[in-house]
Design a protein around this ligand. Structure first.
Ligand SMILES: Cc1cc2nc3c(=O)[nH]c(=O)nc-3n(C[C@H](O)[C@H](O)[C@H](O)COP(=O)(O)OP(=O)(O)OC[C@H]3O[C@@H](n4cnc5c(N)ncnc54)[C@H](O)[C@@H]3O)c2cc1C
Length: 446
């Protein structure tokens, strides 16, 4: 209950947040014999002061750095648990940069998401997911259009015998429902500082956030919070491999039919270049939908001018078009018709392959998602692992009624187990698939 008093933590320029809650119910009115004597009046006055002055405590919010998938699902969990939170996102809005790629969701990822969202919210999420049937994964020579292999790997199927996927942008928006007012945009988190009884995020412009009970670093592979809390132990290796993701109208994919396709071109002098795409027949005639593809090559095969991998849009699209210029006419429309604005480069990174390292736990700061464990695209498990973090940390915070001294240690113990296995599996597959190799401790990091 906010009694209209100024918030003790309010500072000029900081947003006014609804953090005040009563820790105790209002006490019953005192049952006193009313007396007109001085002593009686003084006693009554004293009792009124001690019993009717609102006893409030400021519940500090959980601060969340980055507004990506892991952060927003954690925020949703906190919202449902009525635990205050505040998100700081570097971008100016949800649509600040291309959000174009689609994510395949694993059974574990879907279970984690379902465990956080209520039934109706999960239904909306599920309805937005694409479900791909067809005949498993077809590997096709991109130049000759010959079918190389066709497999039906169980591992790809998530629910109802279908491969389930969703655009990252849609996933973010659905996770953000009801949390929008707690996102501060254009806030570049550069680190944090601990206070006597909490923590503040420190921004790149030198300003600081309100005081929080806990800071959760969810700002992806370049997380400064991860570096600081782990004392540099969390490392992200640059594998040297690069990718481009793009999208095109559904009609451009018509000749492929339904299913998951890997088009692979062994003719490039610097290594085999492949794209992976999912084609869903149900969406084929919807002019409002575009299908995506992800192009990957071994180190040196996909290069940006001046090694500038921040190129997005036309520049990235032109490179993809050039790399596929010899491809079979059946596949050309995927590149010729592409929505150039959505094309973007992708640096393929991976955390320490042997697993998420140990660091001395800092009860008030932890990390989730790619900030804790970056993965190669092999296996498509980065986001699926990230949402497991959100579900686990969200549950532990709910059970503790908000921040508690043992919460982050317990979360990190659980996360290390499944995330280490995921990083290891993703790295091992990528060694063969993309010809990468990481020497722990000596390979280049980002
Ligand atoms: C092309 C491509 C295809 C992929 N396909 C799959 C797939 O099929 N399945 C799968 O499971 N995974 C897939 N992944 C991996 C997946 O996208 C990531 O694992 C997932 O997005 C991680 O979520 P996150 O919330 O940890 O980080 P992100 O989604 O990267 O979000 C981080 C957020 O933090 C913000 N941020 C960054 N720095 C700062 C800062 N300093 N201060 C404040 N905010 C900051 C960013 O703007 C962003 O909004 C794919 C990735 C790519 C690139």
């Amino acid at each position: 209950m906010n009694h209209g008093l100024p918030l003790s933590t309010d500072r000029p320029g900081e947003p006014h947040l609804p953090y005040l809650i009563d820790t105790e119910p209002d006490p019953p009115e005192p049952d006193l014999p009313l007396s007109s004597s001085g002593l009686g009046r003084s006693l009554l006055f004293l009792l009124l002061i001690t019993t009717t002055t609102p006893r409030m405590s400021t519940v500090k919010p959980v601060l969340i750095s980055g507004g990506g998938l892991a952060s927003l699902l954690l925020a949703q969990s906190l919202r449902l648990s009525k635990i205050p939170f505040q998100i700081f996102e570097r971008d100016a809005s949800f649509s600040f940069r291309a959000q174009g790629y689609r994510l395949r969701l694993s059974p574990e990822g879907l279970d984690a998401i379902e465990s956080v969202l209520g039934p109706e919210h999960f239904q909306r999420f599920w309805d937005k997911c694409g479900k791909t049937g067809g005949s498993g994964v077809s590997v096709i020579n991109a130049v000759t259009a010959e079918l190389i292999s066709q497999t039906n790997p169980e591992a790809l199927v998530s629910r109802g015998g279908k491969v389930v996927g969703i655009a990252r942008g849609d996933m973010r928006k659905i996770f953000a429902e009801g949390c929008e007012d707690h996102i501060e945009w254009s806030k570049h988190v550069a680190g944090y500082e601990l206070t006597d009884d909490g923590v503040r995020a420190v921004f790149a412009d030198g300003t600081k956030s309100i005081e929080g009970s806990l800071l959760v670093g969810g700002e992806g592979i370049s997380s400064k919070v991860a570096k600081q809390v782990s004392g540099g132990k969390i490392k992200v290796y640059d594998t040297g491999a690069r990718g481009i993701h793009g999208q095109a109208p559904t009609r451009s994919f018509r000749l492929l039919g339904e299913g998951v396709f890997r088009l692979t071109d062994p003719t490039h002098p610097n290594g085999t270049i492949s794209i992976i795409t999912n084609v869903r027949s149900g969406d084929m005639d919807d002019p409002d939908i575009e299908f995506g593809w992800t192009m990957i090559g071994p180190p040196g095969a996909i290069r940006a001018p001046n090694d500038n991998y921040s190129i997005v849009g036309k520049g990235a699209a032109a490179i993809a078009q050039d790399l596929t210029k010899n491809w079979h006419p059946s596949f050309k429309p995927l590149f010729v018709d592409m929505n150039e604005a959505e094309a973007a480069f992708w640096k393929i990174t991976c955390s320490t392959p042997s697993g998420v390292p140990e660091w001395p736990n800092e009860p008030r700061v932890t990390v989730i998602g790619d900030a804790a464990h970056s993965m190669t695209p092999a296996g498509g498990i980065g986001a699926n692992t990230a949402v497991r973090d959100s579900a686990l940390l969200g549950r532990l915070l709910r059970e503790a009624g908000g921040y508690g001294p043992g919460v982050t240690a317990e979360y990190e113990k659980g996360m290390r187990e499944y995330a280490s296995a995921a990083v290891h599996s993703s790295y091992s597959s990528a060694v063969n698939a993309f010809g990468i190799k990481i020497e722990e401790g000596s390979s280049a990091t980002i």
